[in-house]
Design a protein around this ligand. Structure first.
Ligand code: KG4
Ligand code: ZN
Length: 338
């Protein structure tokens, strides 16, 4: 890999992030989270765009400062072109285009989903990178899919959610429990003190490798409504058990399909990516499958799992080597296939 220095910019949802990569080593990875959305229990697109606009210059400046490089050492600018919230993407895209023009360096568009997967190739993401072909369970607040990764830029989605994403299920169920947004990490923490077998919720019965998470959300909602009628303190009194049971159900749904895919395709290289891969129960089952099923597992370092610009810079570096540059007339796109 070349030793070029590249700036990556990520603004697809509610994190404004900038990172500097040299070869596949991250020199800095800065993010500004948007606390404002907590008050609304979810990301408010208009507020996200405005916060990106406020954050982007300080975040980029900090990334350059922390990397301890001169601005003129930057060989290219990588940015998230999509998928994501259009207003959010426009901020990062416009900024990246202007900066590329003023520094007179190439612009490189990056697909956010590809970036979650290719984050595995950052030098300190894993002890060793995955070997092709590998399966990558990509699970975030917006996406849930099993991807067959044949090469860096040769990926095939073999299964995906037909409704909610797994992270969305954590967040929406957390809302039923009156937890803050995003509820995923809170449920993970509360589940540690709970009994995962205390309550049972319906699992979807879908053919092939597709997922569905809207059923479990409805099943939890009806169950809670029924119990709260009998005991208004039901949620408070059972919070840990509720979180542990919901978490177990979501993780079992995810893993059943991933295990089926690995078996059917006879692949033992298995990775996880995206915000939900921070989940401790999911990480534990991956570890168990390493021992039980002989999987070589790849669980990226925590800071590369949730939305971050390091993964954007990584993909930009791979494209830079291939001479794949983007025309300055490019526009952001909310939908962007793998
Ligand atoms: O990848 P990400 O940062 O943003 C998207 O592209 O969506 O993922 C955020 C999602 C949220 O739904 C959040 O609740 C979930 O990841 N999440 C978790 C955990 N940490 C983040 N879900 C379960 N357990 C966690 N520890
Ligand atoms: Zn993401």
């Amino acid at each position: 890999m070349s030793d070029s220095i590249i700036l990556g910019i990520e603004s697809s949802c509610d994190d404004t992030s900038a990172a500097i990569i040299k070869g596949n080593t991250i020199l800095s990875n800065i993010a500004a989270n948007q606390e404002i959305h907590k008050e609304y229990g979810g990301v408010v697109p208009e507020l996200a765009s405005r916060a990106h606009q406020q954050n982007i210059i300080p975040v980029v400046e900090k990334s350059i400062l922390k990397a301890n490089i001169q601005q003129n050492a930057i060989s290219a600018i990588g940015f998230t072109r999509g998928p994501g919230l259009l207003g959010s993407l426009l901020v990062g895209t416009s900024f990246a285009k202007s900066l590329a023009m003023s520094l007179d360096v190439p612009l490189i568009e990056v697909n956010h989903l590809q970036a979650h997967i290719l984050a595995h190739f950052i030098d300190d993401a894993n002890p060793v990178p995955p070997k092709f072909p590998f399966l990558c369970l990509t699970v975030s607040g917006g996406h849930t899919m099993i991807v067959l990764v044949k090469d860096y830029f040769d990926m095939e989605i073999i299964g995906k959610t037909i409704d909610d994403a797994a992270g969305e299920a954590f967040d929406k169920i957390g809302k039923i429990f009156d937890l803050d947004y995003p509820a995923g990490p809170i449920i993970d923490r509360l589940a540690k003190e709970g009994n995962p077998d205390a309550f049972k919720f319906n699992k979807p019965k879908l053919e092939n490798y597709d997922y569905s998470f809207s059923g479990i959300k409805t099943s939890v909602l009806y169950f809670i409504q029924k119990e709260v009628k009998k005991n208004p303190d039901f949620i408070k009194e059972n919070m840990n058990d509720l979180c542990a049971s919901v978490q177990k159900c979501i993780i079992e749904i995810l893993m059943n399909k991933l295990e089926k895919a690995a078996k059917d395709l006879d692949i033992k290289e298995v990775a996880i990516a995206g915000g939900v891969s921070a989940n401790s129960a999911l990480r534990q089952i991956m570890q168990d499958n390493h021992e039980k099923l002989g999987w070589n597992i790849y669980i990226p370092k925590f800071e590369y799992t949730t939305d971050n610009a390091a993964m954007i810079a990584m993909v930009a570096q791979l494209k830079f080597e291939r001479g794949e540059f983007t025309d300055l007339r490019t526009t952001a796109t909310s939908k962007y296939d793998l």
